[in-house]
Design a protein around this ligand. Structure first.
Ligand SMILES: [Fe+2]
Length: 212
């Protein structure tokens, strides 16, 4: 039996009304997290312990000096789809603003209990989580004082992203030369999500790869 034009239009309208719930995540168009430079302090020699808790070094009993923080988030592509199995390398200065790197001439002390580097992968939902201490800012030579930040190097299925994560409400954010030059600064500043019962400050930071 031939359908009337009215019936067909009615079916199309019904399909259109039902479609957005399924189609919306695939149609979402996110902005990519902007790339930054690797910088001078990517570790020359990686520590033996590279797990996701940077506040403890395997074989030692002490804990890193500084405010303990948790950073978690999700890696997505431009359509908002999670990217499982993304490899993350993370490195940062310690709570005094010093990297465990021979090129760092900052006289601030090293912390033997701070791991300073981690290597991990996102889970099936594209999520990651690390425990670390909040890094201090440090003198950045001719760039001036660097705001506190943590370096991330991501390897997804097809994309690589090198980026620095900054902290909200940091006075040095206003003058940090690299953050001021960033084309999407809001995308590289983490969101605070409060503190847990043990005083660990929590931050959320998602990153967007172009193709995943
Ligand atoms: Fe840095």
């Amino acid at each position: 039996m031939l359908q009337s034009r009215r019936q067909i239009l009615g079916q199309l309208a019904g399909a259109a009304a039902a479609a957005p719930a399924l189609a919306r995540p695939l149609q979402a168009r996110l902005e990519p997290t902007p790339n930054e430079i690797v910088g001078p302090f990517y570790p020359l020699a990686k520590p033996a312990d590279t797990d996701a808790d940077l506040t403890m070094v395997a074989g030692r009993t002490g804990r890193a000096i500084g405010q303990v923080i948790e950073i978690s988030g999700q890696i997505m592509d431009l359509r908002g789809r999670p990217v499982p199995g993304t490899r993350l390398e993370i490195w940062q200065a310690n709570a005094a603003g010093r990297y465990a790197h021979p090129s760092d001439d900052n006289p601030a002390p090293l912390d033997p209990n701070f791991q300073g580097y981690a290597s991990l992968s996102t889970d099936a939902d594209g999520r990651y989580r690390i425990i670390t201490v909040k890094p201090a800012g440090y003198p950045g030579g001719r760039r001036g004082m660097r705001a506190p930040h943590i370096h991330f190097d991501l390897a997804g299925r097809t994309d690589r992203l090198v980026v620095q994560m900054y902290f909200p409400d940091e006075p040095l954010n206003a003058t940090d030369a690299l953050l001021r030059a960033n084309i999407r600064p809001a995308m590289v500043i983490a969101a605070t999500t409060g503190a847990d019962a043990s005083g660990i400050l929590r931050y959320r930071w998602d990153m967007v790869l172009r193709t995943g």
